[in-house]
Design a protein around this ligand. Structure first.
Ligand code: HEC
Length: 115
């Protein structure tokens, strides 16, 4: 009887370990979700400066997670306009590259995480 119990326990442990290593592999192949601190902040500081940087410009500060989170739809709408359109951002600057615009969009897709 005891022998069977040991075999069952060992089998259960083997199953658990097998599942764990499987899910870890799945996680490793998936890129981490983008966050404001890691992916967006430096882009905003580089492209929306000085106008939207607290203490430098007089426009709504976007070196600030809460403001970017609440305005993200309007931000993406404006950076996707053409420079000749009314409301285009970054104001009086060339249009952002597709890959930079993609950073904003990916952040929204990933759920607007702070860090
Ligand atoms: C050279 C200065 C300048 C830069 C650089 C700039 N902006 Fe602006 N931004 C303005 C001005 C001026 C306004 C107000 C006029 C308007 O709403 O169009 C404004 C307004 C906005 C608004 C509306 C804010 C509100 O209060 O509703 C958004 C959103 C915005 N900018 C996003 C951005 C983003 C994102 C960037 C960087 C990619 C950027 N801007 C870069 C000058 C700038």
């Amino acid at each position: 009887m005891k022998k069977y119990f040991v075999i069952i326990v060992l089998f259960a442990i083997a199953v658990i370990f097998f599942n764990c290593s499987g899910s870890k592999k799945a996680m490793a192949s998936k890129p981490a979700p983008s966050t404001y601190e890691t992916n967006l902040k430096t882009v905003v500081e580089a492209t929306c400066s000085p106008c939207h940087i607290a203490g430098k410009g007089n426009k709504k500060p976007y070196d600030n997670y809460t403001n970017v989170k609440s305005d993200i739809d309007e931000i993406i709408r404006r950076i996707e306009l053409n420079p000749s359109d009314r409301g285009f951002m970054p104001f009086k600057h060339p249009k952002l590259s597709d890959s930079t615009i993609a950073v904003f969009k990916q952040w929204r897709t990933d759920g607007l995480l702070e860090k």
